[in-house]
Design a protein around this ligand. Structure first.
Ligand code: M6R
Length: 605
């Protein structure tokens, strides 16, 4: 949440900041701003409410220089106004700060140190920059000393980039819990919330760890702790491809990412299988799970639903019970654990603060953990014992699609590898390469029906305000994900419900025309019951849409999809629901990729 970018030593500071902010916009998009400075140019601060395009429209040619910092905001403290937009300045205007995170003790800091200051907005960040200024200006400290002193007092999560108007050649950076990365260039250096936003400029990066401070000049990067002790840190080259982050001829990233899913499935086959068809999964991870008496999957949002989608398969193939935990709950309410737990963190971004707080506790308990993520080098990946990468390529649309299907498929390789190591007949008999190839084909077949799905949406969900997805077993889990996707981007109030549970209360919400979307995969007993539940809603006026797997399909079903192995049906059944959400949003004229109030990487708790 919130994106930060900074550069020092480049003639094109404004251009680099604006390009970076455009790439970071998925992290928050309610307001934005840049501060640009240079030895030969006057310092300029420009802020705007709205998107990066609105900020760009406000830039004059005089906004140029060799260094600067920029920010795109997802509001936490204070409304999205220009005064609350970053960068924030001290009273004299000398110090300029951008921040991602939440300062938990900002009220206490204000009361203790800044009672006589007046503030332009309501943000916690403004307190931080006033505090730094106070220490520098009243106690005659250098900027570095003042920053260090403030950092020792500030509690909470932060990625900070600070500039002193009197020294255009320096950027001061610090982080705790929020993501931040250094980019190394030839004659310039950068700082940014993620690597993708810097890859036009560099592929050489350096990590910053929590509670570290970095001083950046055009040709030097100095990492230190808050006492000023220098820390040596190697850089690394990231294999990122700039072409991955374009949307080509697609109107929205989400549609591109939906379309990429067959390729993601095939890439995963190549990544996690040896030439002889055996599984290519780290033996230590397999051993870790073999030794466990329970697998705990911790995640949020769509990743949480992916965990459910993989639960049945993991339990069947590893013969180990699987328990799911909502990251935001488990951070403060962890249940009694089994004797030998193994934790799996599912996270597209690898940066979700809710998940990370659980991982911190898991690490304190000395328990083994695996992060399944799409972002190599992300915080959850670095801090867990093991990592398995989804390799789905950058997911830019806020609504997660290919990461969900990629997570379930990645867990399938893990489940089979563990099952085979255990000598489980079920695991040996499960031909994952063949079955996942069939899933890829099923996805392709559904994707070829886009026009029909778009037509169904315009006919059945044109102005609807509320809807239900229902299903049983695996289909119930898909219903949860399908309803999140519809809510998230079309703003239709939608609930994912266990089909049999509706009649225990919620059926009273069904009115004439309420859309009920039923997911029915190929399990005859369950299919018959779900159909019965659909009829109960139709009898009360609902408009039913059935999404059914071949094998249990009937002529009057709305969407029929290719049948796949039951372990993998949560992948293929979700595809029509992704398209339904996409078209519902698009047909309402909404910004599909950037739904209101949201951000892609949720880096606050
Ligand atoms: O990056 P993560 O997978 O950890 O993110 C978790 C959720 O914030 C995320 O899945 C969210 O629910 C999606 N935007 C939904 O489409």
């Amino acid at each position: 949440m919130c994106g930060i970018v900074g550069v020092v030593g480049s003639k094109n500071a404004t251009d680099i900041l604006m390009q970076g902010l455009e790439k970071l916009e998925y992290r928050g998009y309610d307001s934005a701003g840049i501060f640009v400075n240079g030895q030969k140019t006057a310092a300029k601060l420009v802020k705007s409410v709205g998107r990066i395009a609105d900020l760009r429209a406000k830039l004059g040619i005089d906004v140029s220089g060799t260094s600067g910092i920029g920010h795109t905001r997802w509001a936490t403290h204070g409304k999205p106004t220009e005064d609350n937009a970053h960068p924030h300045t001290s009273s004299s205007g000398r110090f300029v700060l951008v921040h991602n995170g939440v300062i938990e003790n900002f009220v206490e800091l204000k009361n203790e140190f800044l009672m006589n200051d007046s503030f332009k907005g309501q943000t916690d960040t403004e307190i931080a920059v006033h505090l730094i200024a106070k220490f520098a200006e009243e106690e005659n400290l250098t900027t570095l000393e003042a920053f260090k002193k403030a950092l020792k007092l500030i509690q909470g999560s932060y990625a900070f980039a600070l500039m002193d108007r009197e020294d255009a050649d320096l950027i001061y950076v610090a982080k705790n819990k929020s993501p931040l990365l250094i980019g190394l260039g030839d004659g310039y250096n950068m700082v940014c919330s993620d690597a993708m936003a810097m890859i036009r400029e560099t592929s050489e990066f350096m990590e910053i760890h929590d509670k570290e401070l970095v001083v950046l000049t055009k040709d030097k990067v100095e990492v230190m702790d808050y006492e000023g002790q220098i820390i040596s840190r190697d850089s690394y080259t990231a294999e990122l491809d700039l072409s991955d982050i374009g949307k080509g001829t697609y109107p929205f990233y989400m549609l591109k990412e939906i379309d990429e899913q067959p390729a993601v499935m095939r890439k995963l086959i190549a990544t996690y299988t040896n030439e002889d068809g055996t599984m290519k999964v780290d033996q230590d991870i397999i051993k870790g799970i073999q030794e466990a008496d329970r697998i705990y999957i911790i995640a949020a949002g769509t990743s949480y639903h992916a965990g459910f989608g993989a639960k049945m398969m993991l339990e069947a193939l590893t013969d180990t019970p699987v328990e799911l935990g909502l990251a935001s709950e488990w951070g403060y309410d962890m249940p009694l654990l089994s004797k030998k737990p193994f934790f799996i963190f599912l996270s597209q971004s690898g940066e979700t603060a809710d998940s990370r707080q659980v991982l911190v506790k898991v690490n304190e308990l000395g328990l083994p953990s695996l992060t399944v993520t799409n972002v190599p080098g992300s915080t959850l990946s670095r801090e867990a014992t093991y990592t398995m990468l989804i390799g789905a390529g950058p997911e830019i649309a806020v609504a997660s699609t290919k990461a969900y299907t990629g997570q379930i498929a990645t867990l399938a390789f893990l489940a089979k590898a563990v099952g085979e190591a255990e000598g489980q007949a079920k695991a040996k008999d499960f031909d994952l390469v063949k079955e996942l190839s069939l899933v890829a084909q099923s996805i392709e077949s559904t994707l070829s029906e886009k026009d029909e799905i778009a037509a169904i949406v315009s006919e059945l969900l044109p102005t609807t305000r509320s809807a239900f997805y229902i299903g049983r077993k695996q289909d119930y889990y898909v219903a949860m994900e399908a309803s999140l996707k519809l809510k998230e981007i079309s703003y239709i109030q939608c609930e994912g419900f266990a089909a049999g549970e509706l009649k225990h209360g919620t059926i009273s919400l069904i009115e004439k025309g309420t859309p009920v979307l039923a997911l029915i995969s190929n399990n005859e007993e369950v299919a018959a019951h779900t159909r019965g539940n659909v009829m109960e809603t139709v009898a009360r006026g609902a408009s039913a849409i059935t999404i059914v797997e071949e094998g249990v399909a009937r002529e009057d079903d709305t969407i029929v999809i290719n049948q796949v192995h039951p372990y993998l049906s949560a992948i293929s059944m979700v595809i029509p629901t992704q398209l339904i959400a996409y078209y519902a949003s698009m047909q309402r004229g909404l910004d599909v990729d950037k739904p209101r109030n949201l951000a892609k990487a949720v880096t606050v708790e």
